[in-house]
Design a protein around this ligand. Structure first.
Ligand code: AMP
Ligand code: MG
Ligand code: MG
Length: 347
């Protein structure tokens, strides 16, 4: 009988399946027109019914299959039973067929250590940590809904998600997997991918990657050599962000929502650097994107060039900003103004 796939590959395969389910939840909540918007810290920090349902779905599904893995989700939700229809038990068979990179093949859900002196076996919780952003780009999701359901908007039945500014492309579901503090695998579902392509196009897609194995679900492309296209926030900007982007002497600046979406732009050759010189992004925003970017040779750091860590006890806020590139990280680092470095100290 073939050996059971490694725990990491089973975890990624489950994350893939539940991310696809999550994508359909995000689509359905938009279709319903009842977003159930709640302000968290303010008008630019929102939670919708989709954020709540998806987090419940992902956390309950993964903890059912992997009870000893630590799972950290963005939303603070009351501890209550999760409806059975939110649970996903499936796994991507395509991922299960891939072989696990050697360095992760022996990871365990539960780590066993022996205390030789006392001849005792001690169980430790695994160092595997899953970071869940149930809906990244919530601000853009709510804005797209507002336009779609405004009285002046005429919805064409053959294009149910038509909305201006491609706002729905900014929305993703992020499941990041870390081991020993390093982001080693990630799954990103983009629920509205293809939404402007008409009724025949299949809606939504899932990208995934594992360090040492590569990344899948998209075509890796680079921005033409020498061209500096910067992608940055559209709804959380401030002077530090603007000054840093300008200091990099970009040929073009794209302002879009979502950390997941901006990493997709990097790996698909739409942007050369993701620059966010501000606190605001959290570990659940960067874990999955970082793993996928690193799996194809890119880099995500703070504005000083220091790596973030993703162990269970780490501070959630990425206080020293986010700088991510597929190539030429050093150039962008070298352009970060001194005042920005002073304003955003590394931990
Ligand atoms: P953005 O590029 O503005 O879409 O931000 C990427 C991610 O970081 C999203 O999940 C945002 O919600 C989060 N984020 C960035 N800045 C802030 C902020 N000032 N307050 C709350 N969340 C933020
Ligand atoms: Mg987010
Ligand atoms: Mg979110």
């Amino acid at each position: 009988m073939a050996n059971r796939p490694a725990v990491l590959m089973r975890l990624v395969a489950s994350a893939y399946a539940v991310a696809e389910k999550a994508g359909t939840i995000v689509q359905k909540v938009l279709q319903s027109g009842e977003l159930g918007i709640v302000e968290k810290s303010g008008a630019n920090d929102l939670q919708t019914l989709a954020d709540r349902l998806v987090q419940k779905s992902i956390c309950a599904s993964l903890s059912k299959s992997f009870p000893k893995v630590t799972i950290i989700g963005e939303e603070e939700l009351p501890a209550e039973a999760v409806e059975e229809d939110l649970i996903e038990n499936g796994q991507s068979s395509l991922i299960l067929q891939k072989s696990c990179p050697d360095q992760y093949a022996s990871l365990k859900e539960e780590e066993v250590k022996r205390n030789r002196k006392q001849n005792m076996v001690i169980f430790h919780l695994s160092q595997l940590v899953v970071w869940v952003d149930p809906l990244d780009g919530t601000k853009e999701y709510t804005e797209a809904a507002r336009v779609l359901y405004s009285p002046v908007y005429i919805q064409k039945p053959e294009q149910p998600y038509r909305a201006p500014n491609r706002l729905l492309d900014h929305v993703t579901v992020l499941i990041g997997i870390a081991y020993g503090g390093t982001a080693i695998a990630g799954v990103i579902n983009q629920p509205f991918y293809n939404y402007q392509m008409g009724a025949g196009a299949s809606l939504g897609r899932t990208l995934w990657g594992v360090l040492g194995l590569g990344a899948f679900g998209f075509q890796l492309q680079e921005v033409p050599d020498g061209k500096r296209i910067i992608t940055t926030t559209r709804s959380h900007s401030n002077k530090l962000v603007i000054d840093t982007v300008q200091a990099m002497e970009p040929h073009d600046v794209i302002r879009v929502g979502g950390a997941g979406n901006k990493i997709i732009q990097l790996v698909e050759g739409k942007a050369s650097a993701y620059v966010f010189a501000s606190p605001g992004c959290k570990k659940w925003d960067t874990c999955a994107p970082e793993a996928i970017l690193h799996a194809v040779g890119g880099k995500l750091t703070d504005m000083h060039g220091n790596a973030y860590t993703y162990d269970a006890n780490v501070k959630h806020m990425n206080s020293a900003g986010v700088l991510a590139t597929l190539r030429n990280h050093e150039y962008y680092l070298s352009r970060v103004p001194q005042v920005v470095l002073q304003a955003l100290p590394s931990n």
